[in-house]
Design a protein around this ligand. Sequence first.
Ligand SMILES: Cc1cc2nc3c(=O)[nH]c(=O)nc-3n(C[C@H](O)[C@H](O)[C@H](O)COP(=O)(O)OP(=O)(O)OC[C@H]3O[C@@H](n4cnc5c(N)ncnc54)[C@H](O)[C@@H]3O)c2cc1C
Length: 550
Amino acid sequence: MNASQHAETHEVFNQVPPLDGANLYRVDLPLQEWSKRFGGGWAEQRLDVYGGLAGGELMAAGFLANENKPVFKSHDRYGHRADLVEFHPAYHQLMSAAIEHGLPSMPWTDPRAGAQVARAAMSYLHSQAEAGSGCPLTMTFASVPALKLQADVAEKWLPKILSTQYDPRNLPIEQKTGATIGMAMTEKQGGTDVRANTTRAYPVGLGGPGQAYELVGHKWFCSAPMCDAFLTLAYTTKGLTCFLLPRHRPDGTRNEFYIQRLKNKLGNWSNASSEVEFRGALAWMVGEEGRGVPTIIEMVALTRFDCMIGSSALMRQALTQAAHHCAHRQVGGRVLSEQPLMQNVLADLALESEAALALTMRMGKALDNPHDEQEDKFARLVTAVGKYWICKRAPAMINEAAECMGGAGYVEDTILPRLYREAPVNSTWEGSGNVQCLDVLRALSKEPGVLDALFHELGDGHGDARLKAHIAKLQADFRDTGDIQYRARQLTEDVALALQAKLLLEAGNSVVSDAFIASRLGGQGGRVYGTLPRGVNVEALVARSTPHLI
Ligand SMILES: Cc1cc2nc3c(=O)[nH]c(=O)nc-3n(C[C@H](O)[C@H](O)[C@H](O)COP(=O)(O)OP(=O)(O)OC[C@H]3O[C@@H](n4cnc5c(N)ncnc54)[C@H](O)[C@@H]3O)c2cc1C
């Protein structure tokens, strides 16, 4: 043997072919089916185009945007206060693609039937490539209904917010071709309890809706602080009120809005989250004075919906990677996806992913029909149910998907570590888990028609005896109001499972619905993934979720 032969230490084999460049729409049969089912079929071509982008150049940009975190520049080189956040070009590429394809604007500029569903599907694709940029995208999208409550403010801002041009320049709104919007509610002494806010608003002139105020105070969390304006809350003499606070004043000078520092976060690295101070910052009242919470809830309801989309998307991308890996990786001479215990795990993950998507898309349909009373009540409830349940399920599900890939799933060369880091934030921000469950109770007990809308939706459980029994138990559980707060998570979970089971039954794929019901109803839930009972057609479930088998 010569020296060069010794240098050949090993042949690389039994490694998985890269999935780079896969069209995330084409490889996702459940997405195709559910978006069509709820009225988004007309957007198929757009989804196909965005699916190609998301699996290709945006996926690559996602890695760069997270490896190169945003940097806060408090001052310029001459010592003037600058308050800028600098991002890697890949972040701008992600924002630009999303805005050009209408992710924050589609349902508002083209409100045809299925628009919310189609936009949710686009967002689902985007979030699989990169989730951090989803923060300013969703806030921009969600700001629209709140801003529409104040016609004069909306008239000035909406054309820029609904523009399909991404303009990241830090300039007064008049000079820009597009705008992004943030939201600043949380203060140090209370995020959930916004009534504990201490920020105060002082009228510049007469005051009142649409009028200018000066805001003094702070916000402990203000994500995407390079947005052009922020919906925020501050106290006037009449109570907590909503304001739009721009980065610039009408004379073109910078507003008295100061970024203190960026948060050093567990995940969500491409997105900047900051602490800010308002030192007499000019802001315009949006909606009725003293009615700040109901006004900003118009925005928060939609960002909660986007948490459902975001967590469903993270789960889907984790599943796609795990299923692909197991379809190629051999252990003991057999590919993993043919080995019974791995089939049990993958099939269980596939069920979780599809059930999350189903509930998310059904919610999109409800948002598409705001004038239908049943749909409106349904949306009121499912915003909280879905936000709680889907976001809670994501971290453990993604952890399991990473484990399917063995050590590779723990290494940053794959997307799995990023998906895992990203997952918990969706259950914390926009109202944490308990807050959602308490909101479910509030909606069901205080808002007329919501409880009826739920049981109308569930009906007789599509004739399935197991679901019927689950619904009957749910009705009894709601009638028993003793210690109901204590039981709020259990109740919310049971509502979520009932809705998911019903949706899967209605969709008519009995392989999916039978497996879901057998493993999640009748006291079967609460186990780790990979504990599906006997008799489930795991081969079919794995095939349905594996990219190359479709
Ligand atoms: C990365 C990141 C970015 C963020 N970006 C923004 C932003 O852009 N704008 C913004 O305004 N905020 C933002 N937030 C803040 C976020 O919305 C809050 O952290 C969240 O709403 C919780 O508020 P808190 O931190 O004050 O916790 P608290 O309100 O103190 O709550 C602590 C815990 O108590 C629970 N809890 C509350 N009330 C009850 C109750 N009655 N019974 C039982 N349990 C209860 C909550 O569910 C939570 O688990 C961001 C947070 C993170 C992590």
